[in-house]
Design a binder for this molecule. Structure first.
Ligand code: SF4
Ligand code: SF4
Length: 188
């Protein structure tokens, strides 16, 4: 959807909505960029399901007493609503920022792109390889996204001295998906 009406966007968190573009009508460069991105969106579109939700672990409410609203408080897209004792996550509104998963205290909401525990397996492999190949200094993880972050890491390498040897770049879909579980796994 190319929205050139300006002003208030038609959806919440427009920057997080796959397939929605609302460049400023008075900004030709922004419109050109949107048109360029739209020109690549040809064919079938499968909306990614970013979050896996296990309602049995959700402690949103019991006996009409609210216990947890963390994900509701952080979701920028308005994809999460209260649904009795648990919450409901609308996968069609979800923009995949990962905020809900990173603040969920029980693991009811987990980020699922990539699916399952692949991210931890990759983390273990990277840190294991660092140690195995003689990394003595405590490694530093540079968690970045796959768009802007990838570009920045590339620029640092091409135009500068590159990252220090003990800094390990770690690409994820959205940096906001990283929570305490990831940090605890990295420290383990
Ligand atoms: S990942 Fe979670 S917080 Fe982010 S938009 Fe989707 S439901 Fe909302
Ligand atoms: S943060 Fe987790 S436990 Fe709390 S309401 Fe959301 S899904 Fe449920």
């Amino acid at each position: 959807m190319l929205d050139l009406t300006g002003g208030t966007s038609k959806v919440t968190a427009p920057e997080k909505r796959d397939g929605y573009f609302n460049p400023e009508p008075g900004n030709p460069a922004a419109i050109q960029k949107a048109l360029f991105e739209i020109s690549n969106l040809v064919g079938d579109f499968e909306k990614p399901r970013y979050v896996k939700f296990d309602e049995t672990l959700c402690v949103h409410s019991r006996n009409q007493q609210t216990g947890c609203t963390r994900c509701l408080d952080v979701c920028p897209a308005g994809a999460i609503t209260s649904a009795g004792d648990t919450v409901a996550i609308d996968p069609f509104i979800c923009g995949g920022c990962g905020g809900c998963a990173s603040v969920c205290p029980t693991g009811a909401s987990t980020y699922d792109l990539p699916a399952d525990n692949f991210i931890y397996a990759r983390l273990r492999a990277l840190l294991g390889a660092y140690r195995k190949h003689g990394g003595k200094t405590a490694p530093v993880l540079l968690v970045h996204d796959t768009t802007h972050g990838d570009e920045m890491v590339g620029i640092v390498s091409r135009a500068g001295r590159g990252l220090p040897a003990h800094v390990i770049p770690f690409a994820v879909n959205e940096v906001t998906q990283v929570g305490f579980d990831f940090m605890a796994a990295a420290l383990d």
